[in-house]
Structures are given as C-alpha cells and as structure tokens.
Design a protein around this ligand. Structure first.
Ligand code: UDP
Length: 327
C-alpha cells in the first residue's frame, strides 16, 4: 500500500451509488480516481477526485491508469442494471457486465492490484425459497442481469484461488434515497425504480402505477427491502478497510431487513411530501418476486455495518429533497 492515504479507483463513480461512494471516500480522506464513460452516469454527480472519462473496453486506458496512479483498491459500480432490458438484450449485459469486468480484473492482476469491491445484487438469488434471504440461500438468478452479477462473483472466487485477488461482493437489495446535502441523488433515464417514480408522480401530477395487486402479501402488492444509498456507501468503506487490513474474500447482503409493500411506500410518500398521490392498479411486471427482504446480519456482525437510515420515511425524505431540487 502507498505511504499516503490509500488510493481507490471507483469505476462508475458518476452513477447513482458510485457518486455517493466518491463523496464518502473523499470525506474520509481517501485519494479517489473516478473512471466513468457517462453511458448512464452524469458528470455533475462527481463531486471530487480525479475524473477520467472512459470505459472498461479500453484496456490501454486501464493500463495507463494503473501505471499512473498508486491504486490500492478498486470499487466497481459500472454495470447495466435494468432487468427487463437484460431479458431483451442479454449479450449487451454479458458484454458490459462480464466481458468488460474481465478486462478490468485482468489488468488489475497484471499490475499486482489485488483488492476489489464489487457491486452485486439480490437478483443473484432469484425467486426466494425463504425470507429473509441470507447469503447461503440458493443462487438461481431468473434474468440475465442477475446471471451476469453471479458470473462475476464466481469469477472473483476463481481469481482468488488462482491469483490471490481478494474481493468483497456486496449484494444490494433496493437502493434508495439521496445524499443529505441534496447535491447528489438518483438520475436514471429512463427511471424504473419505485421511489423516484412515486416522487416524480408527485411533482408531475401523474398517477403512479402499482405493478400487481394480487400478490400473496397482506395488501396484495410486492414487498421490498429499501436501503439508503449512504448506508450502502458506508458498507463499502467498511469492506475497503477490511481488505486494506488484509481480510479475505467474502460476500455480504446489504438491506435493512425490513420489508415495505408498494402501497406502504406510496402512503409514506404521501406523508413525507404532504401531497396527494394518485395510484392506479396495473398488471404485474414480469419477473417480480412477491417478497425480497435481506438477512443482513452477516454484514452487521463481520463488517460492523450499522445502517443509519433504518426507517423508510427518512429514506424517502432524503430522496424528496433531491427530486424537488431537480424539478
Ligand atoms: N413498482 C411499481 N410501480 C412502478 C415501479 C415499481 O409498482 O412504477 C414496484 C415493482 O413492481 C416492485 C417494487 O415496486 O415490486 C420495487 O421495484 P423497483 O423497480 O424499484 O426495484 P426492484 O425490486 O425491481 O429492484
């Protein structure tokens, strides 16, 4: 490791979760290099660090970065993440999420960099057999997006055996919320996630669609485990410390371990915004499991992770501040 503050390369640092990570790293005095091709990220979300424009398809650029900067660890947030699109265009997902990650890992190993933090997803589990979902739940992704993430997780395990690459894969449940400063937040285009869509519905006076109201849940709508984006960033910091201290490869779930239904989310958004929100019942969205709730006790126990935003109201409030400022 370099003598000064550790240097972290954040791939996809202009995206939703990556930009919150960059901010946390800078607050904690890490040196940060951001690589982003702005395919889905936004320049204005990068609030510090050395920003390099480019993608993982450019191996020469990767070599230059690893030669020029004393990178101690890599965090990889850059991936396509739309489940529906992944079903329509699987190869786009395998190319971006798997093949380009091979370029990255190969170049890292070539430069002797052996600490890697990977953005994985609850989608690696597929249809849950048991709730809450712990890390030892069977892995049966039901869409190409989940398959690409699981493929990378497996590749990382093999690269530990072969090359001593130490990785921590963090399986996110439903990332939500925005930085308390109101400076950065979620900016997906097209937007497909529930909380931003509910808040946009408030601002644009359009109804929000409830995708399915006949699920086997108390109010008939899907239940999800929403976790604040800054709490996700905190978990990455703890994972980074673990690797910098010589820790080994692991996987962790990141969720609050509390589920909220679509109707509950809409009701809380009504309370937070103080505005009426019209909701209309719609057909189910293909591929949505009824309930996804994390058992994240492993991250709490081993990483010492303790999410600050444990109630959904606070998560929605932070997102509301951001969306209002963008409107
Ligand atoms: N959802 C909904 N209306 C929307 C967007 C999402 O009812 O306009 C539902 C979706 O079917 C799922 C939940 O909200 O049950 C969370 O969806 P999101 O896309 O935010 O996250 P996912 O769980 O799919 O990762």
């Amino acid at each position: 490791m370099s003598a000064s503050n550790p240097t972290v390369l954040v791939i996809g640092g202009a995206g939703y979760i990556g930009s919150h990570m960059v901010r946390e790293l800078i607050e904690k005095n890490y040196s940060v290099v951001v690589l982003d091709n702005f395919s889905t990220g936004h320049r204005q979300l990068v609030t510090g660090g050395q920003l390099i424009e480019g993608g993982l398809g450019n191996v020469d650029l990767l070599r230059d970065i690893f030669s020029k900067y004393p990178i101690d660890a890599v965090m990889h947030f850059a991936a396509f993440s739309l489940v529906g699109e992944s079903v329509q265009a699987p190869l786009k997902y395998y190319r971006n999420n798997v093949a380009e990650t091979i370029n990255l890992i190969e170049t890292m190993i070539g430069h002797g960099i052996k600490r890697f933090i990977f953005s994985s997803t609850a989608a690696v589990y597929g249809e849950p057999e048991k709730i809450p979902i712990a890390e030892n739940h069977p892995l049966n992704p039901t869409n190409p997006y989940g398959s690409t993430k699981l493929t990378v997780e497996r590749m990382l395990a093999d690269c530990d055996t072969a090359h001593g690459l130490k990785s921590i894969s963090l399986r996110y449940f439903n990332a939500a919320g925005a930085h308390p400063s109101g400076m950065i937040g979620e900016m997906h285009e097209p937007e497909s996630h529930l909380i931003p869509l509910v808040l946009r519905a408030v601002l644009s006076h359009v109804p929000i669609k409830i995708f399915g109201s006949d699920y086997p849940t108390p109010d008939g709508t899907c239940i999800r485990d929403y976790v604040h984006v800054c709490d996700l960033a905190q978990a990455h910091l703890l994972a980074l410390q673990t690797l910098l201290e010589g820790g080994g490869s692991q996987v962790f779930n990141l969720g609050n371990s509390v589920g909220f239904s679509v109707r509950q989310v809409i009701e809380l958004a009504r309370q937070v915004t103080g505005r009426a929100i019209e909701a209309v019942e719609h057909d189910r969205r293909p591929g949505d499991p009824a309930v996804l709730v994390a058992d994240s006790s492993k991250a709490r126990r081993i990483l010492g992770w303790s999410p600050v935003y444990e109630n959904l109201e606070a998560i929605i409030e932070s997102a509301w501040r951001w969306h209002r400022s963008q409107h």
